[in-house]
Design a protein. Structure first.
Length: 301
């Protein structure tokens, strides 16, 4: 027998033109669950990515996972396991390779990373195009957030749990590395753990974003919530919470707008984040219109 207190509420949700699809269709609920898991992990990682001034590095790494995922696709088709393993290995290989090049040649790390990123993107698109078709290529580039199955949701949930636990364990060294990495290297053995651990978290969250939003959109749910939240708050704790809330809200809005307007879901989620960013840029306390830099009569270090 149905609960009389719940049934009217569910009936209202199903007849509600805005929220009804989330109750009526299982694929919408799966997409929302996947976006929640991704938001809880990717947005905090994006905050530290922004504080470390590595936002463009994140974008390059998002494309760097493509050839590994494409090789996994070449071997096993649209296999979640094969594409995940391939993407993780490719992302780590590019991160380590670009670091070795920058430390042993005259090139800076951003230049070497850009070179690896361009080669990776071209190779990945070529592999998918040769083996697959245009539908498969769109799947890789833009994701399939509306087609997340139980295995994909389990993967996203697992990555989210690993990320949150790791961030809790590495919180203090990560904060110190954002402020003064040289000082952390001098006084603590946690410096390499924090540095390479964070790169590992970045890669696995980009792989998670790849499965949901595609390689072209994965970094959007990292960078845009963090950048938007930075216009409103300065302290790290509220910054992490606000970035996560913005990512969750944008995912919900993007899903509903894409359903009702019959538009691609991944771009709508990122565009929702972009709209929040532009509004915050104009209206937030630390935005372009309201924020004024303090006058200074001399240069500051």
């Amino acid at each position: 027998m149905s609960d009389p207190a719940v049934s009217p509420f569910l009936a209202w949700l199903m007849t509600n033109p805005l929220l009804g699809p989330l109750v009526e269709f299982g694929f919408m609920r799966s997409a929302l669950l996947g976006c929640v898991a991704l938001s809880l992990s990717a947005a905090p990682v994006g905050v530290f990515l922004m504080l470390r001034r590595m936002s463009l590095t994140g974008d390059a790494m998002a494309h760097a996972i493509l050839p590994g995922a494409a090789i996994g696709y070449l071997v096993a088709g649209l296999s979640l396991t094969a594409m995940t393993i391939g993407g993780v290995f490719a992302g780590l290989a590019v991160a380590v390779g670009s670091g070795l090049v920058s430390r042993n040649t005259v090139l800076r790390e951003d230049t070497s990373l850009a070179a690896f990123y361009l080669l990776s993107l071209a190779l990945g698109v070529l592999i998918v195009s040769v083996r697959g078709n245009s539908v498969d290529l769109l799947h890789v580039l833009f994701g399939t957030v509306l087609a997340l199955d139980a295995a994909a949701l389990l993967l996203l949930g697992g990555i989210s749990a690993v990320t949150l636990v790791s961030l809790a364990l590495l919180y203090r060294p990560l904060v110190m590395e954002c402020l003064d990495p040289g000082f952390l290297r001098q006084v603590s053995r946690w410096s390499p753990v924090a540095h390479y651990g964070f790169l590992g978290l970045l890669v696995i969250n980009l792989v998670a974003g790849f499965h949901a939003l595609g390689t072209l959109m994965a970094v959007g749910i990292m960078v845009l919530p963090a950048a938007t939240a930075r216009f409103w708050v300065r302290r790290l704790g509220p910054l992490l919470l606000l970035a996560t809330a913005l990512a969750l809200a944008a995912c919900l809005i993007g899903l509903l707008v894409s359903y009702h307007a019959d538009l691609p879901t991944s771009p709508m989620i990122v565009l929702s984040l972009g709209a929040a960013y532009l509004l915050s840029l104009l209206l937030a306390p630390h935005g372009a219109l309201r924020h004024q830099r303090p006058a200074s009569s001399h240069l500051q270090a």
